[in-house]
Write a protein that binds this ligand. Structure first.
Ligand SMILES: Cc1ncc(COP(=O)(O)O)c(C=O)c1O
Length: 403
């Protein structure tokens, strides 16, 4: 994402010869993911290890609730914070999960975690405010911060350390200018889950200094080892410096229904509600009813999906270890692994050649930051059969490469 780090030039004309668009759009890089997917779309017989959404069908009872809502005429706007039934389902669900009393006023329902992150970051980023991110990191955060004049400071992570962060390194990076730390665990693109000690150390220090922690928890249920999820919500007694963001997209395989939320202090939620009115007004109403069914209904469907992701994770870690020149680690969540190639390898070029010469599509590391251009993201949101076939093509091809 080298181009995103350039200072904004407000006098730059767009290539079409006009000054139509806001200069802030220069903060949006050419998405590395789209580049690969668009190339793959022109080819036959491509095996995708590039997919960023679940490959399972949405559970039946959720689909039924969605259809019933449409048939019952639930097609108008909801209240600005969200459908009251969904807000109370979220309150009950999270209060029980994290053993603390939350109220409906601690939540705002959004159009996916994407809008949630958009609200959180663009409502707070401003010139002079610095945001700390890891590198690699999910593609949304840095552009949203920069578009609003905020500054990004990155903490690189490495495959050798399983892409874990050292909380002391984060604490040492804090300065007078730091406004917030953005965390994402389990992470896209690395699948890394930060242990509770890491979360606690960061959240405590941030609260002490009045620094916000934005925690993207969309993969909070896709935990592939036996552990309790270390949400930021568990790490603090008040929510004054926390925004936890999640959605139904990954947990319930309903990414296209576009329902997410933010959990924060009542004061922060009040401000975000006003902003939400000026972005999407409210989230999709029938999809919010589908969300009520997801939270209130039988959740064994989630356990089944997680069990299958676990089976694939175990196999993919093994296959990565069998692949020449790739260095893996043990990812504990989501459905990604982010192995590295030998130092200074251009992962972008390699991914493109891999696609063109074998038909296997992975995402190059530079789609997720500047510190990891010698890595690739492998997603195992695909059937075991396809995963096996992809590695059958990839392993001999990699064996022929010289670095
Ligand atoms: C880390 C992370 N955050 C947020 C999102 C967006 O999720 P949603 O579909 O809820 O907008 C994604 C989607 O890939 C993601 O990987």
């Amino acid at each position: 994402m080298a181009e995103s780090a350039r200072p904004l030039d407000i006098n730059q004309y767009d290539p079409m010869g006009g000054r139509l668009f806001s200069p802030s759009l220069q903060a949006i890089p050419m998405p590395g993911i789209r580049r690969m997917i668009n190339t793959a779309a022109k080819m036959d017989n491509v095996l995708h290890l590039s997919i960023g959404q679940p490959d399972f069908p949405t559970p039946r009872h959720i689909i039924d609730a969605h259809i019933q809502a449409l048939e019952a005429g639930q097609t108008g706007y909801t209240l600005d914070a969200g459908l009251p039934e969904l807000l109370s389902a979220l309150r009950d669900y999270y209060s029980a999960r994290y053993e603390r009393e939350l109220t409906e006023d601690n939540f705002i329902v959004t159009t996916g975690a994407t809008e949630a992150m958009y609200l959180a970051l663009s409502a707070t980023a401003a010139p002079g405010r610095q945001f700390i991110l890891t590198d690699p990191t999910f593609v949304l955060y840095a552009p949203l911060i920069r578009m609003n004049g905020g500054e990004v400071k990155v903490i690189p992570t490495r495959a050798e350390h399983g892409h874990q962060i050292d909380p002391q390194e984060v604490i040492d990076a804090l300065s007078m200018r730091t406004f917030a730390i953005v965390l994402n665990s389990p992470s896209n693109p690395t699948g890394t889950v930060y242990p509770r000690e890491t979360m606690e150390a960061i959240v405590k220090e941030a609260a002490y200094r009045g620094i916000y922690v934005f925690s993207d928890e969309v993969y909070d249920h896709l935990l592939l080892d036996d552990m309790e999820y270390p949400s930021v919500i568990r790490c603090t007694s008040d929510l004054d410096h926390i925004m936890a963001i999640s959605s139904f997209s990954k947990t319930f395989s309903m990414a296209g229904l576009r329902i997410g939320w933010i959990i924060s202090s009542q004061g922060a939620i009040k401000k975000l509600r006003r902003y939400h009115m000026f972005t999407t007004t409210v989230a999709n109403t029938p999809a919010q009813w589908a969300g009520v069914a997801a939270l209130r209904g039988d959740r064994s469907c989630v356990d089944e999906m997680v069990a299958e992701y676990r089976r694939r994770r175990d196999r993919v870690v093994h296959l990565v270890s069998e692949t020449p020149h790739l260095s893996g680690y043990w990812p504990q969540g989501a459905f990604y692994i982010f192995p590295s190639l030998p130092p200074r390898t251009d992962g972008s070029l390699l991914a493109l050649r891999l696609l063109e010469e074998t038909g296997v599509c992975v995402i190059p590391g530079d789609a997720f930051g500047d510190a990891c251009s010698n890595a690739i993201r492998i997603s195992y949101s695909n059937s075991m059969e396809r995963i096996e076939e992809a590695f059958e093509r990839m392993i001999p091809w990699m064996a022929r490469q010289r670095f």
